[in-house]
Structures are given as C-alpha cells and as structure tokens.
Ligand binder design. Structure first.
Ligand code: KG4
Ligand code: ZN
Length: 337
C-alpha cells in the first residue's frame, strides 16, 4: 500500500510518501526563519506559507519517492490539533487530492502520530508501553495497551514543556524556537547553579504544569539582570532550567510506567530531541528495568511521515476512511480509541 501524507498543523509544511511501513520520502519545509522575527508562530503567516509551500513540497515528496501520483492508494492529513488556518490548508489540499484520485482519505490526530512514531520501521516489535509525548504544544502521558488502543493518563494543565523551553529561552534572549539552542548551551553549563521549581513533581496525578517555572525564571531574571551579561552564567541558566524540566518529565514518566505495569517506555515529539532528556530517560529506564524506545531525532519534530505511517496502520486495522465532507478539528483531543 502506498500513501501520500500531509502535515501542516503548525509551522512545518511537510509531505511524505510511505509504503508498506517504510518511509520513501519525508520532505519538511520549516518556516522557523519567518516566525523567528516575531518570537513565535504567527498563525496567519503560517497558513499563507503552507499555501505557497505545499505544492512544491508534495511534488518533491513524490519525486524523491520515485512514485507517480496515480500509484497512490490512500491520502492522509493531520486533522488536528493545531492552528486552525494552518490545518485547513493541508487538510483540504489532501482531501481534494483524495477526491480527484478517488482514493480513501484519513484525517490523523497529530498527537496519535507522535505517540506511535517510536515504532516506525519496527511495528513487529510493538509491546504495551507508557508513552511520553512532549512537544511545543503538548505534554502528555499515555498508557498504550495495544496498538491503536491508548488511554491518556495525564497532560499539561497550562504550558507544554517545549513552550517552557521556548519562552524561558526568549527571556534569556535566545532566538525562536529556543529549545534546541538551550539544549546546546546547557551542555557546557552547570545544572546545579540555580534551583528552579519542579512543578507537580510530587503531585499524585500524571499531569504536568510548566507555567510556574516560566514565571519563576522571569522574576529571577528581573532580580538578577546582570547574569545575562555573562556567557557562562547564561549556559548555567540554560542547564538549570533544562534540569528542572527534564527531572519532572522523567520522574513522572517512570512513576506512571511502574504503576501501569508495562515493561516498555517510549517518548516522542520535538522535545525528545533534547540530549539531556534522552540520556536521563535512558538511565532511568535502565535502572528500573524498562525497555526504552525513543522516536528517531528526525521523526521527533513535526513531519508527514508519522502521519502516513499511522494512516497505513489504521487502514491495515480496518479503520474506516473518512467521508470527504469531514472538517479539521483544531482542538482534537488524544482520545482513547
Ligand atoms: O513536535 P514539535 O515539532 O511541534 C509541536 O507539535 O509542538 O515540537 C517543537 C518543540 C519546540 O518547542 C522546540 O523548542 C522543541 O520542540 N525542541 C526542543 C529541542 N528540539 C526541539 N526542546 C528542547 N531541546 C531540543 N533539542
Ligand atoms: Zn508535534
């Protein structure tokens, strides 16, 4: 089965061709440079860029895969959650392609695509797992009982972890998105220099909260502005903020994994590119006897291949394609299936 997939939920325009569980192409055109000037994603600009970029990106995905459009058996696109106008562009273009080709069309939940991305290329090894989805828009813990059968245990009640990286980084003066830059600077910093709060670390729920950490960094920098003049102190700040975020993510993931009785932990989403998070999860899983599967770094950030692979798994599991009058769902939740 050969699928064409499209992802335009935020600021990456992406198209991919997947076949029989393999990624034949995964073209991602990032709008980061465009939005950096505003310090965050401007939804209207993102939608206009998708409109401009999607045709050449889709063409490139087909060319790279050496697949003709008439060989496509199904089309999939991100249905939600995401920026409404950004979603509309990719979803409607993909729907129109499916209509013209008279092929099945699937609308995919963006978080669900992240959730299963650690298994891409190796679904044969799938086992029940506790999954951390950690991105710029969401931080979710899910219990995946079997393939396509998952339950959300907890989520952020305010900011996502990626948002916390981006916003605290902005306070430090780092360019958008600050997450990757903080990761780099933190490598040469001392995480024990500044003691930032670990929100909800000992809370009984599986929920997260990162807005208090962001506020704490804001007040700290207001009271200690001189720190930003010292490059080593900036590296120490990055390491200390990162340590607070990573400690909460790892501790709550391991605690939920123990409680649910799974033997495997997975992690996906943009923040899973973070070196410290990857290392700390590895160490914690080793110590507690869990197998760990991290999504490949190039599949952690938003991409259409994860949309196409999940759509293919759904078609194989006989999930019905959507009627062509279905709409986007910007607030789509990661519901139990
Ligand atoms: O999954 P993603 O591409 O988009 C959403 O669905 O939100 O995640 C983007 C987020 C941004 O907040 C970005 O700063 C963060 O992932 N990110 C990182 C790193 N790489 C990307 N955060 C920390 N360390 C990184 N290395
Ligand atoms: Zn994402």
């Amino acid at each position: 089965m050969t699928l064409l997939a499209v992802e335009t939920s935020c600021d990456e325009t992406s198209a991919a061709v997947v076949r029989d569980g393999k990624i034949l192409s995964n073209v991602v055109s990032s709008q980061i440079a465009l939005h950096a000037e505003y310090g965050g994603v401007v939804p209207e600009l993102a939608a206009r860029e998708h409109l401009k970029n999607l045709p050449p990106v889709a063409r490139a995905a087909l060319d790279e895969a050496k697949v003709s459009i008439i060989e496509i058996d199904a089309v999939a696109a991100t249905q939600g959650p995401g920026l409404p106008t950004a979603l509309l562009v990719g979803f409607k273009a993909a729907q129109a392609a499916a209509f013209a080709l008279r092929k099945p069309f699937l609308g995919i939940n963006h978080h669900e695509a992240h959730l299963y991305s650690p298994w891409i290329g190796d679904f044969a090894a799938f086992q029940p797992n506790l999954s951390l989805i950690v991105s710029g828009g969401h931080t979710i813990l899910a219990f995946v009982k079997s393939e396509l059968n998952h339950q959300v245990l907890g989520a952020t009640i305010d900011d996502a972890a990626g948002e916390c990286f981006d916003k605290t980084g902005k306070l430090i003066g780092l360019p958008y998105p600050a997450g990757p830059e903080m990761d780099k600077l933190a490598e040469q910093g001392n995480p024990a220099t500044f003691g930032f709060p670990r929100p909800l670390l000992h809370d009984a729920s599986d929920d997260f909260s990162f807005s208090g950490l962001k506020t704490s960094v804001r007040y700290f920098l207001r009271d200690h502005p001189h720190l930003l003049k010292d490059p080593q102190k900036i590296r120490d700040l990055c390491a200390s903020i990162q340590a607070a975020i990573v400690e909460v993510l790892v501790a709550k993931t391991i605690r939920a994994a123990k409680r649910t009785g799974v033997r495997c932990v997975t992690a996906s989403g943009g923040v899973t590119c973070n070196r410290s998070l990857r290392e700390q999860l590895e160490q914690a899983c080793k110590k507690n006897g869990f197998a760990l599967r991290l999504a490949d770094k190039n599949l952690c950030t938003d991409n259409a291949a994860m949309i196409g692979i999940l759509a293919e798994r759904k078609l194989l599991a006989h999930v019905s394609p959507l009627p062509l009058d279905i709409e986007i769902n910007p607030a789509m939740a990661l519901a139990a299936t």
